[in-house]
Design a protein around this ligand. Sequence first.
Ligand SMILES: Nc1ncnc2c1ncn2[C@@H]1O[C@H](COP(=O)(O)OP(=O)(O)OP(=O)(O)O)[C@@H](O)[C@H]1O
Ligand SMILES: C[C@@](O)(CCO)CC(=O)[O-]
Ligand SMILES: [Mg+2]
Length: 411
Amino acid sequence: MGRVLGLVWEKRPRVWGLLVCAVVGAFVAGESPSSRISSPQRRSASSESEHAVVHGSAAVAAAIDLYTRCSLRLLPLADDEAGAAVLELDLRDPGLTFSWPCAQLREALLTEEVAGAQEARPCSPDRLASIARLLEEHEIPEAKVWLSAGLSAFLFLYTSILGCRPGKVTVSSDLPMGSGLGSSAAFCVSMSGALLTAAGMVAAVDGISSKGTGWELVGKDDLELVNQWAFQGEKIIHGKPSGIDNTVSTFGSMIKFKKGELTNLKSRNPIKMLITDTRVGRNKKALVAVNSISEEVSSLVELAANDEIAITSKEEKLAELMEMNQGLLQCMGVSHSSIETVLRTTLKFNLVSKLTGAEGGGCVLTLIPTLLEKVIAELESQSFRCFIVEVGGQGFQVCQGGCSCFNGDVV
Ligand SMILES: Nc1ncnc2c1ncn2[C@@H]1O[C@H](COP(=O)(O)OP(=O)(O)OP(=O)(O)O)[C@@H](O)[C@H]1O
Ligand SMILES: C[C@@](O)(CCO)CC(=O)[O-]
Ligand SMILES: [Mg+2]
């Protein structure tokens, strides 16, 4: 390319790749709102505090059509009066359920003045400490201890938006957790959306349903509120996120993010990607920000949307940028042998891949001009898990009344 790339080194940097993904939909049925979500492995708040996008590098993120669902059923207040009321959480992906007596939550968490949910508030250090004490009483299996960040975000969002009312929340997701696909953001967005819908602060726009799926779209102002609360949840999970993951998860489509400024990128022709989950847990190796590549991707998407370049040259150009991006990451030593295996396998079919925002494991993105069943079969025969996704889709959605969002189970 004969081009100088502006690499941005951070003290504890990470790479922002071309596409970071998370999609959410929420699902509400009268007293039973639910939403779609996903989640990743736990990272302590401080481990995420240095991040390329946080420090001003450009990043392009896009929604993918893998969803996390969160359903919420409010339970009768009468139970509460009898002192028997509980808040239950059923996490289908790790296969764990949790339950807290409402009286205990009230005592531990409602010491602060309860403000309305019309404006998102951060979780104070005291409140976070009280939440941590509540969680200590639950025996979370050692192998799943990373869940506690998501549990803290859940308790904060639930009690801040709905107070300590009895309810049952169920979460299930299409996304692998902790693999760099923004599952924590999808978790927080769908959770916030379901809670705000139950609180009557967010509602579907009448009659606008998403491609006949039963899921309905939500107006911009309501999405803003969902996004603000989800960001507060992401802060509990990530420490100092830039907000790109929750924003793309809420609004869908593609977004360029630089120094806190968001630009919506309109992509007319859906881009298909293959995502391969290496099933290898990530480590926290240092990564770099590849600022100029992200900048180029965003101009490319915009040129294509305006028909200024043909779709085939867009794909060629995107493939070239992905190769450059991956090459840089390899030089930095942030790849992993499992990622290299996926790259070699896809390259055999002339397909270009790169690792995602995750490092040292996690997922690999492959650009696919058409669906290539052979490469998928070969990757799966090596015990990788493949998803074919459409990039740049819908964000948060709700479904009111009679939807069954958990593979047919009505929750
Ligand atoms: N479906 C889910 N069920 C339960 N918890 C979830 C779910 N999805 C996400 N989470 C929560 O989110 C946390 C993972 O967030 P993390 O930020 O580490 O990974 P990610 O968002 O998938 O990747 P990245 O932030 O790098 O894009 C999990 O520890 C869990 O607490
Ligand atoms: C923390 C974060 O960088 C995780 C990457 O998926 C997301 C963000 O900045 O919003
Ligand atoms: Mg995350």
